[in-house]
Write a protein that binds this ligand. Structure first.
Ligand SMILES: *Cc1c(COP(=O)(O)O)cnc(C)c1O
Length: 368
């Protein structure tokens, strides 16, 4: 009997095993202290992550979608305001915009999967309040170029959910714009043991408002100066995130090494479009996305060979039923639509072996 070979899409167990003693001890301390919500472990992580990103303030919240929504709400974005965002992002970016009452204005992407600066320039109106720079797949959008195009009066919100540790021109993603939201969903480059997220900003007023909004509208118990909500970081998640943060650079380097290996294995075949790294960027390969002809047949071939592959994402935001109200039909954002038909995300995680990557590459080339 032959054992069927498999390569998972991600292997979170590899990370967990490496820090298990640390996380067990840190979680035990949170339990011993009964410091379950915010508290010392969460605050220690907020400090450490702010320092890591080179940003003055970090606030731990419930998840990445809340982080984006709280950032927009704190900036006073709402009814009648327009927020420009790329059509090829995860639905959460558009959800956050819609939930604060603002109008999502979708623009196309470029071949590196980042927001099109020309698209942003064309979409600007007198109602534009924010541009959401999504650092998709693990590299930073060209925030400084966007700044030149939109001017100082438009807020730049970074969606840094896929880019923990990435750098652009030497600065960390999450610290490039006015305010950023990130996600510590377990599969992200820095992942918690459950849902978690954070807002980062240098702006003291935005920091103060998010701090209140996330905790029933007040910085202290029973102070309710704003109509807030409940979106806070758990102590246990803070403890886990601190333990993992210490390994983030090393684990991102393993992702970059794996990306180099894929490029070596696949680069000679012109049917495979490898990921492009934009000038000035240090990519952290949250996802390793290639484009291929007959994508669905390729995906089926990979699945038959026991290889976990994905599509991020199967449809651009304007073609999702939830965002039909935007009235942007098929053909309106051609590059994002074409990419959605051609992209495949190959297995990518710290700990993937050269042998497994060779099997993935050989299988991909043989099914093409
Ligand atoms: C994961 C993700 C989010 C949302 O984060 P959650 O923690 O799942 O709410 C937002 N934007 C992008 C680009 C993401 O990848």
């Amino acid at each position: 009997m032959t054992v069927r070979r498999t390569v998972p899409f991600v292997d979170l167990g590899w990370q967990t095993r490496r820090i298990r003693e640390e996380t067990d001890a840190a979680i035990a301390r949170v339990i011993d202290d009964s410091a379950f919500i915010l508290g010392a472990a969460a605050e220690d992580f907020e400090r450490a992550f702010a320092d890591y990103c080179g940003v003055r303030h970090c606030l731990g919240v419930g998840n990445g979608t809340d982080a984006l929504e709280l950032a927009l709400e704190a900036a006073g974005v709402g009814d009648g305001d327009e927020v420009i965002l790329p059509a090829n992002t995860f639905a959460a970016t558009a959800e956050a915009v819609t939930r604060v009452g603002a109008q999502p204005v979708l623009v196309d992407c470029t071949d590196d999967y980042l927001i099109s600066v020309e698209g942003v320039a064309d979409a600007l109106t007198s109602r534009t309040r924010v541009v959401a720079a999504v650092h998709l797949y693990g590299q930073a959008a060209p925030v400084e170029v966007l700044r030149d195009v939109v001017g100082e009066d438009v807020l730049i919100l970074e969606d840094a959910a896929q880019s923990q540790g990435a750098r652009r021109n030497g600065m960390r993603a999450g610290g490039l714009g006015d305010i950023s939201g990130t996600s510590f969903y377990p599969g992200k480059n820095l992942g918690a043991f459950g849902d978690a997220g954070a807002v980062l900003t240098d702006d003291a007023a935005l920091f103060d408002t998010v701090r209140k909004l996330r905790n029933h509208g007040g910085a202290a118990k029973y102070e309710h100066s704003l109509v807030g909500r409940n979106s806070r970081l758990d102590g246990i998640q803070g403890a886990v995130l601190s333990a993992k943060l210490a390994h983030l650079d090393e684990w991102n380097q393993l992702r970059r090494d794996a990306a180099d290996r894929y490029a070596e294995l696949l680069g000679r075949d012109e049917r495979v479009q490898l990921p492009l790294v934009a000038e000035g960027n240090e990519h952290v390969f949250h996802l390793y996305v290639v484009r291929v002809p007959e994508r669905d047949r390729v995906l089926a071939g990979l699945a038959d060979a026991g290889i976990g592959a994905g599509i991020h994402y199967p449809a651009p935001v304007h073609l999702l039923p939830a965002f039909g109200f935007l009235g942007r039909g098929s053909g309106s954002l051609p590059r994002a639509e074409q990419h959605a038909r051609e992209i495949v995300s190959l297995p990518m995680y710290p700990g993937i072996t050269a042998d497994d990557q060779q099997y993935v590459a050989e299988t991909l080339l043989s099914v093409l």
